[in-house]
Design a protein around this ligand. Sequence first.
Ligand SMILES: Nc1ncnc2c1ncn2[C@@H]1O[C@H](COP(=O)(O)OP(=O)(O)OP(=O)(O)O)[C@@H](O)[C@H]1O
Length: 302
Amino acid sequence: MSDVIVVRSLRRDYGPVRAVADVSFSVAEGEVFALLGPNGAGKSTTVEILEGHRERTAGSVEVLGYDPATGGRAFRERIGVVLQEAGFDEEFRVAELVEMYAGLYPRRLDVEELIGLVGLTERRDARTKTLSGGEKRRLDLALGLVGSPDLLFLDEPTTGFDPAARHRAWDLIASLRDLGTTILLTTHYMEEAERLADRVVVLVAGTVVAEGSPADLAGADRSAVLSFRLPEGMGPDDLPTLSGRPEVTASQVTVATSRPTGDMAALGAWATGLDLELADLTLSQPTLEDVYLRLTGGEGGD
Ligand SMILES: Nc1ncnc2c1ncn2[C@@H]1O[C@H](COP(=O)(O)OP(=O)(O)OP(=O)(O)O)[C@@H](O)[C@H]1O
């Protein structure tokens, strides 16, 4: 598969502020790629450079074979951009507005199909000023998609959504991926990245601190946490020897373990030997969010 985005040693200074220090990554055709990082990490700056809306200080950027800085109209016709707060003329009706945007592109999607895809068919004749916040974001998405882009930029696509709307948006983005659209998204929601992204890059202070699939990043952190309620009448010294040291807080024992399978077996053998049923027994793997918080020192997030 060919690369749709190739970024090498990208740098962007705003006067004395180095917003993007040295960023390199690539995005393959058909991939959903997420840029993660705390506020001020340099995500928006990077994305704006990729969209051709901001100049870079140094480094090379290739998007769909173009340098976005000089790609001009031919480049812009092939990308779709959905900003957090796009804003459109509120007097238009939904279908009218989508139709009007369609007229700007040589390779437009069918307007009614697109309105259906974003779930606005019943609102097609509504004036856009009467749409709810979530409906406006879905209209933004339709406007970003109307030119049948080869590459779609989604800036925090579900910020401010209620849980049901967020799940609908995830389904929609997943269906775009299934149609083969390459997507670059930014998000502060690790669950969103975990669900949607094939690959993520974590930026901290303008530098890439981690890259990989969400499962790889979470899996690279081999630790797991074993937890159970301390059996009545027992102290920590009564427990079997495990690979990690048990910590007891309010009668709940937690053990950070590098050998979850062996420790689970040892604990199970010990408990069944004593005919004990361990209450609240869980073994959990770190999530992308745990790994993210460790990488970013717990800063950021909305
Ligand atoms: N136009 C500008 N002029 C000066 N400094 C800027 C400008 N835009 C961004 N910065 C600075 O560059 C750094 C990176 O900002 P950027 O907006 O790219 O981060 P971000 O990761 O998108 O953050 P957020 O999650 O808050 O959107 C920040 O320190 C920010 O203050």
